[in-house]
Design a binder for this molecule. Structure first.
Ligand SMILES: [Cu+2]
Length: 155
């Protein structure tokens, strides 16, 4: 139930932002390109989403979190492989995007992990994903769900 409460909180924050001048510095210059995800088999295993996040402004931007009604819990993970070839995923924490820079979320690297899926991810559908930034800004993108074998946004 926690994700549902968080979603309610976001709505309240949006209302507040509309009522007063939001103190944004940076995240309004963020552009998201090539978002995609793969179809899932049911809801028992987590899903993942990928995209490139570009900072077109002249101040650094910090991505602090992710929210979507599709998953009870969503986090940005980093995939790493140790010296003996064992692959592990760890929460990436805050991601700083330099002015004019971009960060790629792609298979084998940084990715959005979608845990406790609320519905199966069906090929041909899409879901909203909200990026949260440390300046209070947020951006919601529609993530298309590609085939279970997709390897990139063009598949
Ligand atoms: Cu992960």
């Amino acid at each position: 139930m926690r994700a549902l409460i968080v979603t309610g909180g976001l709505t309240a924050l949006l209302s507040l932002a509309a009522a007063s001048t939001p103190a944004l510095a940076g995240s309004e210059d963020v552009v998201v390109e090539g978002a995609w995800s793969r179809a899932s088999i049911g809801t028992t295993r987590p899903g993942a989403a990928y995209m490139t996040i570009r900072n077109t402004g002249d101040a650094p931007v910090a991505l602090t979190g992710i929210a979507t009604p599709l998953a009870m819990m969503s986090e940005i993970h980093e995939t790493s492989t140790n010296a003996v070839g064992v692959t592990a995923m760890t929460p990436a924490g805050e991601i700083i995007i330099a002015p004019g820079g971009s960060v790629a979320l792609e298979p084998g690297g940084l990715h959005v992990m979608l845990m406790q899926l609320q519905t199966p991810m069906m090929e041909g559908q899409a879901f909203p994903l909200t990026l949260l930034f440390d300046d209070g800004g947020e951006m919601t993108v529609e993530v298309p769900i590609l085939s279970i074998a997709a390897r990139g946004p063009g598949d």
